[in-house]
Design a protein. Structure first.
Lengths: 235, 224
């Protein structure tokens, strides 16, 4: 099956996420499409700021993480600030089994994003950038059991053979761990995850359709109750 | 005030306005705005979104309806704080096939009380994941041959103008004597093509070239 979950922050909150930590906000100014987007402010202090993406739903309709051997995700991203020291990097995306590293995109102080697959100490196998600040990119990364594909704004940045080292059940966007404490600011919007290698490309967006008409109703009482209609005028 | 207005606020307004399910079997649903698709845009997935909470001991489910077909979450008792739950679908419950715009436009989103009472819904709507497939340019299986043979030119001993259409390449093959090529009539020869050799000049920007050879020399010409 292709898409397992998506989020556009179109309800003006973070309810579409599994979890979040640190300075994560939803606002009009952070949108890539629709009405709202998300801002993650990774602190320069020894804190973290990230959102936990889902790749499925439980029976009650809550976004949740599911263990899979293929993890593909796409997200609109716009960087406002970079890590403040050259040669120092922070996690931008952390794909994991629980918190065990499977693959990651790491943001360097020079604005270059580097891809690592496998153990967290493995060297990078592809890079992109330096990225422009204030510009939206649509980043897509597929980590399959034996290979990876990375695209930015459609074209392939890198693809090849590499094993993540096991199944994956979590993806964290932002600064998942405190490492260099250099911080950065990231806007994210129009996120999706798949359990195969399907990419949807840079036109991907999430639309919100608000309630605007009655359907059928029985036994649901409105609050506050409608005021009594005004009395009919005297003849 | 229509009842859909109680669940239309974005962001939701919590307990400021809501619908409350009062007994088992109570059900409501609301229609949503039409989806506006960009040219070529397609629907990937659809999720009915219901923000609700439990003010008593009720349980129930969120539902997504297309016509008589319905898809929903399990029946469960939500917590006491507002939370949004989703009815996620890749295909229309009505057809089992990928969603069409007409089906998305006709969707109803709502909730059903399963047991107890006190379920408060403060927001209902629909989220749609959209994308535009890349346009694949059509290419012929084989490029057509575009060679065009011209009548051989018999040299007169002076410049003879040959107009080469824009984009074309001129093939020049003098048979018995060399030929001089000029870009300006009467100018200095910039290129001399030996006898019985073939040269291709181009692609042209729409230029006229001037060929000169000993009178009587046959010059074979072609365009490609």
């Amino acid at each position: 099956m292709p898409v397992q979950w998506f989020a556009g922050f179109e309800t003006g909150d973070t309810n579409e996420l599994v979890a979040l930590g640190g300075s994560v906000g939803v606002g009009v100014a952070y949108k890539r499409s629709g009405n709202y987007g998300c801002r993650i402010i990774a602190p320069q202090s020894s804190g973290t700021a990230y959102i936990t993406l889902a790749n499925g739903f439980d029976a009650n309709g809550n976004p949740t993480t599911v263990s899979r051997t293929a993890y593909t995700l796409g997200f609109g991203m716009r960087l406002a600030t970079l890590p403040m020291v050259q040669g120092v990097w922070e996690y931008l995306l952390y794909v994991a089994y629980s918190t065990t590293h499977r693959a990651s995109l790491r943001l360097d102080g020079d604005g270059v994003i580097r891809l690592h697959v496998g153990a967290s100490g493995s060297p990078y196998i592809a890079s992109f950038g330096p990225v422009e600040l204030g510009r939206w990119y649509f980043c897509e990364l597929a980590v399959l059991f034996d290979r990876y594909i990375w695209r930015m704004d459609g074209p392939v940045v890198a693809q090849g053979l590499a094993s993540p080292g096991g199944s994956m059940n979590s993806a964290y966007l932002g600064k998942r761990f405190n490492l260099a404490s250099q911080g950065y600011t990231l806007d994210a919007d129009d996120i999706y995850t798949c359990d195969d290698g399907m990419f949807y490309g840079p036109t991907t967006r999430v639309a919100r359709l608000n309630a605007n008409a009655n359907g059928t109703q029985i036994g649901w009482a409105p609050y506050p109750p409608d005021p009594e209609p005004p009395p009919a005028p005297e003849p | 005030m229509e009842y859909w207005e109680y669940v239309a606020q974005v962001p939701h307004d919590g307990d400021y306005s809501y619908l409350e399910g009062t007994y088992p079997g109570a059900a409501f649903n609301v229609g949503v705005a039409d989806v506006a698709l960009a040219p070529g845009e397609r629907i990937v997935a659809v999720a009915g979104a219901l923000c609700w909470r439990n003010n008593s001991g009720g349980s129930g489910r969120a539902v997504l309806r297309v016509g008589a077909a319905e898809q929903g979450t399990a029946n469960f008792a939500p917590s006491g704080v507002y939370d949004t739950i989703f009815v996620f679908t890749l295909k229309s419950p009505a057809t089992g096939k990928p969603w069409t715009k007409a089906e998305v436009d006709a969707v109803l989103v709502g909730a059903v009380v399963y047991s107890g009472s006190g379920l408060r819904a403060t927001q209902a709507g629909l989220h749609v994941l959209l994308h535009t497939p890349p346009v694949v340019p059509l290419q012929p299986k084989e490029w057509p041959m575009n060679f065009k043979a011209l009548e051989p030119l018999t040299a007169t001993g002076s410049d003879q103008a040959v107009e080469v259409p824009r984009g074309a390449t001129l093939v020049v093959h003098p048979l018995a004597a060399s030929v001089e090529v000029r870009d300006v009539a009467g100018g200095t020869a910039k290129l001399t093509i030996p006898a019985d050799s073939m040269v291709m000049l181009g692609p042209s920007y729409g230029q006229t070239v001037y060929l000169r050879a000993t009178a009587g020399t046959v010059i074979e010409l072609g365009l490609t």
